[in-house]
Ligand binder design. Structure first.
Ligand code: FE2
Ligand code: FE2
Length: 281
């Protein structure tokens, strides 16, 4: 790896992308089990608890801190049913990363606005405001080495599906933040992938981001070199967009997923990005 400052291809920022932590608490309180949460709880009991191994959180935090990156971007789905107790565990994990010297940015996933009540109460904001890149998305930050990062919105509560949606004005604003970013490759982060099918996953209609194709086109048409990083599918992938060659799509595994948990180390250079997959489980 070449990392001498100033040389071609020098790494100017290292970013760790983690996503879909899915901290989970089981509650049998009748008030809390109302509506969708009941289904979520049953689903949780039947499947999720066996899929996620949260016992490795401390060693994972240590591994992240050893990567030599300055920044962690956490791409959403911190919780399973948007319970306060789940957000508290997520907060403790992110705080632990911060205490290890990492700058942490967090955006919500669909599970963090799991119920209409959680959305109305602003549960994500209440617990994780200190890690948000801005009060609202889309937003742009510039990393210490000069890499611009644009955070895209798109999550909403649903009665049954896990479908997302991005408003047309937010698509235009996201593309504008990319187009007007400081020179060089731009990292764009959202919870939902923009490609519905890759070699690694296929997303049904009920799980997709609504207007994903419009966002994809708007990003592609900026002409900027873009790495679009997402989670949600719990699978890792990296795909060059066949319609927009300046746009590469990558997804990261769910961090604590048993058997294939892990994260992505993104090396940002003047010319583009290199994604290195790290496994922890
Ligand atoms: Fe998820
Ligand atoms: Fe998700």
């Amino acid at each position: 790896m070449i990392d001498d400052a100033g040389s071609p291809g020098a790494v100017r920022d290292r970013v760790l992308h983690i996503t879909d932590l899915h901290f989970s608490r089981i509650t049998w309180s009748p008030r809390r089990l109302a509506n969708k949460r009941l289904l979520g709880m049953l689903n949780l009991r039947l499947r999720r608890l066996r899929r996620f191994d949260l016992s490795v959180r401390e060693q994972t935090a240590d591994a992240l801190a050893r990567e030599g990156a300055a920044t962690v971007i956490a791409g959403g789905d911190f919780t399973t049913t948007s319970l306060d107790e789940e957000f508290q565990e997520a907060f403790a994990f992110l705080k632990g990363l911060e205490q290890r010297g990492l700058k942490v940015y967090a955006i919500p996933g669909n599970h963090d606005v799991y119920t209409f009540e959680a959305k109305r109460r602003g549960s994500f904001e209440q617990h994780l405001a200190g890690f948000m890149p801005a009060e609202r998305l889309p937003a742009r930050v510039v990393l210490a080495g000069g890499t611009p990062v644009v955070f895209a919105p798109g999550v909403k509560p649903n009665l049954l599906s896990s479908r997302g949606s991005i408003a047309r004005r937010d698509i235009a604003e996201t593309a504008q933040l990319v187009a007007e970013a400081p020179p060089g490759p731009v990292l764009v982060v959202g919870h939902y992938p923009l490609l519905f099918r890759t070699e690694a996953y296929a997303q049904g209609y009920m799980h997709r981001l609504g207007r994903a194709n419009s966002l994809r086109a708007a990003l592609g048409e900026t002409g900027r070199t873009i790495l679009y990083l997402a989670g949600h599918v719990h699978r890792r992938s990296e795909t060059r967009d066949e319609r927009y060659p300046n746009l590469t799509h990558a997804t990261t595994n769910a961090l604590f997923y048993r058997g294939r948990g892990g994260y992505t180390l993104v090396e940002c250079t003047d010319e583009g990005f290199c994604c290195r997959v790290r496994e922890i489980l």
